[in-house]
Design a protein around this ligand. Structure first.
Ligand SMILES: *[C@@H]1O[C@H](CO)[C@@H](O)[C@H](O)[C@H]1NC(C)=O
Ligand SMILES: *[C@@H]1O[C@H](CO)[C@@H](O)[C@H](O)[C@H]1NC(C)=O
Ligand SMILES: *[C@@H]1O[C@H](CO)[C@@H](O)[C@H](O)[C@H]1NC(C)=O
Ligand SMILES: *[C@@H]1O[C@H](CO)[C@@H](O)[C@H](O)[C@H]1NC(C)=O
Ligand SMILES: *[C@@H]1O[C@H](CO)[C@@H](O)[C@H](O)[C@H]1NC(C)=O
Ligand SMILES: *[C@@H]1O[C@H](CO)[C@@H](O)[C@H](O)[C@H]1NC(C)=O
Ligand SMILES: *[C@@H]1O[C@H](CO)[C@@H](O)[C@H](O)[C@H]1NC(C)=O
Ligand SMILES: *[C@@H]1O[C@H](CO)[C@@H](O)[C@H](O)[C@H]1NC(C)=O
Ligand SMILES: *[C@@H]1O[C@H](CO)[C@@H](O)[C@H](O)[C@H]1NC(C)=O
Ligand SMILES: *[C@@H]1O[C@H](CO)[C@@H](O)[C@H](O)[C@H]1NC(C)=O
Ligand SMILES: *[C@@H]1O[C@H](CO)[C@@H](O)[C@H](O)[C@H]1NC(C)=O
Ligand SMILES: *[C@@H]1O[C@H](CO)[C@@H](O)[C@H](O)[C@H]1NC(C)=O
Length: 820
């Protein structure tokens, strides 16, 4: 709990306040975080922050202080004098139904709202000092596939990766006839914060937080399936075979309420947290009833009309970083110039962790947060409580301390309890969060991120000691270890895993980094067709491993890892071996005539009728395969790809002959039109299977596959940033790499950089999407949302996230005009 200090010469000390009023027998103590207080003497803000009431007047919260509005005003969490126009407003106030509340906690800052339309999905974001919510309303369009797209109302919360959803159908049975929309009412935004302090008999002791809104049904509707609790549970339903688990469904209480509405309430498996949603007809409109069929299944029937919908839960909340707090001082201007992106970044940023995407991934993902942080670093806030430390701390908290492996995805909240109970873990242990550790790439992002912050920034250098002395405090199994000890465990794993290949004579395929034996995926292309069944991925071995080793060497030189002073030399020596001796395993060279024939044949097989551009091929085609040891006994997965970006962005290799030819082939493939190269009017395609020499390639890397012939936002950003870094070496390093003096190659790299940026600028409306695809119609490639294409055979359609953390990197990655 936090006790506000008061800038009135009155200091409130003590960790646990039980403030007694004159007539204490009359008044009931309430909970505020871990403290108890009398409402006549204190106001509880944000569920854990007490401010005193002075002479009958409640003081307000401002950041970590309490103040009287006639003495100060509050701006961005800082007290300012004199009290001006920015006095605390009650605009974000709760929809508290607790009439007894003598002190209704208010937020001192305006709520942050955002509306992102992505038909048939409408996305609404709302955050205030109490909580953050995303609401997604799905309403089928005229051309929607009604088997996949049905009316749906979903609320997602970052805290506990929680949410609720209601699936609806039209009472008349005609799919497509029911439309749902949110209404503004008297406001300019449909969502309002919902908040009520924990009741005296609350099981969790936390306030209920969430949203209320007006929802309209154009015709009479049936709520067929509600799911309440974890987003993971909701995703099992939407992405899997529409499974509901009785353990969740049977726990829903269906109650009609006095105001003519219905309240659905579910106690989580932890036996203390409750999620609720309610529909209340608004004056004169609508009516709602609970129906029970022969099997005992319940549904809600709603007449056409507008309802007051509230969804909330009583669970501890995260600490959101507002737009100003997530950006560093130099980048505050982005709040105005890039308000959409900064608002989205803020919604995904908390001092505990950054979240990967909204709505499906409002939770920790190691790779996503570290790639985003590496690219966004120039604009992210530094220091304690800032965005960069949030990312690094979240990774360390979740490290596997036995293996040094970085957590890929956390399992938290109700779903964690669900999984634990299935493993027969009961009692308090059942609430433990968990992690998945199947990715082999994620381990290697941490050291570069640490080097970039703790060595290369002033704040990072000054924070080093305090940060690494921090004790792990989350329940992922690392309590009792410091961040410094955890960082060491990761570095030890990196050095150990990379050692065999670095030994004299050790440069064999067997010594390269492989996927885990029982796993089909292990790096960012983590879908069925991603790396074609390959076991030894290109990105990890040629980019990530050498980058991590260089960073470990640099950190060691600066006094990190004192138990391994030798790393300064050994890690650097290993890095050199990995830099110089890995590309050759993946290189594919195809003579002109064969390349032309392959591209012609692929164009025929692919069947979209786009031109082959085979006549453009005037030199051997060179690229690096996605992985070694692929499906069908392929020794190398012969798919041209954008994964050169890891080496471009994360390494500064020194073998000039190799660097010059590597940069040249990268540039050639960026410049050449698909299917000769990767360039497509909708962006750089992350995969081009034209040179596969086996029809299954054309069948697997398609424009409807997650990692097929599609465009990923962050890959564009990392390629752009990587080319720029290599070109900058021509002026920043002495001696400059040899390619800088080679006018053809340097010109080619520059041309590729500019071509890439021309593509990015031409596709500006889409660049914050996670991934997108194309159609070829009337002689042109045009943008097509990936989710609008039917999925590859045997796979379920995947709904994409309207905002993804690593698709916001354009806040920091911009075109260097001097390279035009
Ligand atoms: C919805 O209901 C809540 C709780 O009763 C109330 O506070 C709020 O004002 C209502 N919202 C609207 C838009 O009617
Ligand atoms: C609609 O989706 C279903 C399920 O994916 C699919 O089988 C069907 O072919 C789709 N219909 C159209 C017209 O695309
Ligand atoms: C109607 O919608 C339901 C629920 O979305 C779906 O299961 C069913 O297949 C649809 N029927 C038709 C004919 O599209
Ligand atoms: C709500 O108000 C905003 C701002 O005035 C407006 O753009 C939006 O269309 C309104 N939404 C509805 C559903 O009326
Ligand atoms: C629902 O109704 C039952 C029976 O009246 C009652 O015991 C229960 O507390 C109610 N649940 C909620 C969440 O109001
Ligand atoms: C309906 O009830 C049956 C039997 O209790 C259950 O197996 C089934 O999952 C329920 N269906 C839904 C949609 O809840
Ligand atoms: C951590 O790694 C070890 C060794 O690989 C493994 O046995 C253990 O199961 C992992 N821990 C978790 C929680 O996955
Ligand atoms: C949990 O206990 C049940 C009943 O004793 C047993 O059938 C099941 O195999 C156990 N599950 C695990 C993962 O141990
Ligand atoms: C919740 O309560 C049920 C019933 O008393 C019990 O079986 C279960 O183990 C409890 N869950 C936890 C996580 O303690
Ligand atoms: C294409 O995918 C299928 C199904 O996953 C697999 O059997 C086949 O080997 C794949 N081909 C390649 C080249 O990856
Ligand atoms: C392209 O297809 C033709 C006709 O099937 C075949 O003869 C030729 O060998 C193929 N070219 C390559 C390079 O596989
Ligand atoms: C490579 O050099 C460029 C230009 O000096 C620099 O911006 C970049 O940070 C360096 N990359 C690494 C991994 O050291």
């Amino acid at each position: 709990m936090v006790l506000g200090s008061l800038l009135l010469g009155l200091l409130l000390g003590g960790a646990r306040v039980v403030a007694l009023p004159q007539d204490s027998s009359e008044e009931e103590l309430r909970d505020c975080g871990e403290a108890r207080y009398y409402p006549s003497m204190y106001t509880c803000y944000d569920g854990d922050f007490l401010c005193p009431i002075l002479n009958g007047e409640p003081t307000l919260r401002c950041g970590e202080d309490c103040y009287l509005p006639e003495m100060y005003s509050c701006s961005n969490g800082e007290l300012v004098y004199p009290p001006g126009s920015s006095i605390a407003t009650a605009s974000a106030i709760s929809t508290s139904t607790s009439s007894s509340a003598t002190s209704v906690p208010t937020c001192t800052e305006e709520p942050t709202t955002q509306w992102l339309s992505d038909p048939p999905y409408e996305n609404y974001f709302y955050s205030d000092c109490h909580s953050a919510s995303q609401v997604v309303v799905t309403s089928p369009l005229e051309d929607s596939n009604l088997t996949i797209i049905g009316p749906r109302l979903l609320v997602a919360w970052p805290a506990g990766n929680s949410g609720v959803v209601g699936f609806f159908s039209p009472q008349n049975g005609v799919n497509g006839s029911l439309a749902i929309r949110l209404e503004n009412g008297t406001s300019t935004f449909p969502l309002h914060g919902a908040y009520v302090e924990a009741a005296a008999d609350s099981l969790s002791g936390y306030p209920f937080v969430g949203i209320s809104t007006l929802v309209n049904f154009n015709s009479s509707a049936v709520l067929t399936v509600p799911i309440m609790g974890s987003i993971r549970n909701i995703r099992d339903f939407t992405e899997g075979p529409s499974l509901v688990y009785p353990v969740f469904q049977d726990a829903i209480e269906w109650n009609e309420t006095d105001d003519g509405g219905v309240l659905l309430s579910r106690l989580w498996l932890d036996n203390v947290t409750t999620t609720q949603m309610s529909f209340v007809p608004t004056s004169g409109e609508g009516s709602i009833s609970i129906q029970t069929n022969d099997q005992g299944n319940r549904t809600l029937e709603l007449a056409a009309g507008t309802y007051n919908f509230t969804a909330w839960f009583d669970y501890p909340q995260l600490t959101q970083l507002n737009s100003s707090e997530v950006l560093n001082d130099q980048s505050q201007g982005l709040i105005e110039s890039q308000s959409g992106q900064t608002t989205s970044l803020s919604f995904l940023s908390y001092s505990e962790k950054l979240l990967a995407g909204a709505w499906r991934f409002l939770t920790y993902f190691g790779r996503d947060s570290m790639i985003a942080a590496l690219l966004l670093q120039p604009v992210l806030s530094e220091g304690e409580g800032g965005a960069i430390e949030a990312v690094i701390a979240a990774v360390l908290e979740r490290l596997n301390k036995t293996s040094g492996i970085v957590c890929h995805e956390e399992t938290i909240g109700d779903y964690a309890t669900f999984l634990n109970l299935q493993d027969n873990i009961t009692g308090p242990e059942a609430l433990r969060p968990g992690c998945t550790y199947q990715m082999v790439d994620t381990d290697y992002y941490l050291a570069p991120l640490m080097e970039n912050y703790f060595l290369k920034t002033e704040t990072g250098r000054s924070r080093r000691e305090a940060f690494f002395a921090t004790n792990s405090s989350l329940d992922f199994g690392n309590m009792g270890l410091t961040y410094g000890e955890l960082a060491l465990i990761n570095a030890e794993a990196v050095v150990k895993n990379s050692a065999p290949f670095a030994q004299s004579g050790g440069q064999t395929k067997d010594n390269l980094i492989h996927l885990e034996e029982d796993q089909l995926v292990g790096e960012w292309r983590d879908s069925t067709y991603g790396i074609g069944g390959g076991r030894i991925p290109y990105d990890v071995n040629t980019g990530l491993v050498p980058a991590a080793l260089r960073s470990i060497s640099a950190l060691s030189s600066a006094g990190f890892f004192p138990s391994h002073p030798d790393w300064q030399q050994t890690a650097a020596a290993y890095a050199q071996v990995w830099e110089d001796n890995t590309l050759q395993f993946f290189q594919i060279t195809i003579p002109i005539a064969e390349a032309k024939s392959l591209v012609e044949n692929y164009t025929q097989t692919a069947g979209h009728d786009f031109p082959s551009h085979a006549d453009d091929i005037s030199a051997d085609i060179v690229f690096h395969g996605l992985a070694l040891d692929g499906n069908n006994n392929q020794s190398i997965v012969r798919v041209m790809n954008t994964d050169d970006c890891f080496r471009l962005f994360l390494t500064n290799t020194t073998n000039n002959e190799q660097l010059t030819s590597f940069l040249n082939q990268s540039a050639n493939n960026i410049l050449a039109p698909f299917p000769v190269g990767l360039s497509n009017p909708v962006g750089l395609l992350v995969a081009n299977p034209a040179y596969g020499d086996d029809p299954v390639y054309a069948a697997n890397w398609t424009n409807n596959a997650y990692h097929g012939t599609v465009v990923w936002s962050w890959q564009l950003a990392m390629t752009g940033a990587g080319l720029q870094r290599q070109l900058e070496r021509c002026s920043a390093s002495t001696p400059a790499p040899a390619f800088c003096q080679d006018e053809v190659v340097r010109g080619n790299v520059r041309a590729a950089y500019n071509h890439l940026w021309d593509l990015i600028e031409a596709n500006e409306p889409y660049i914050n999407n996670e991934v997108w695809s194309w159609l070829y119609q009337d002689g042109e490639f045009t943008f097509e949302p990936l989710g609008a294409l039917p999925p590859p055979a045997g796979l379920n359609p995947t709904e994409s996230n309207v905002r993804q953390l690593w698709s916001l990197t354009w806040l920091a990655v911009t075109r260097d005009e001097s390279l035009r």
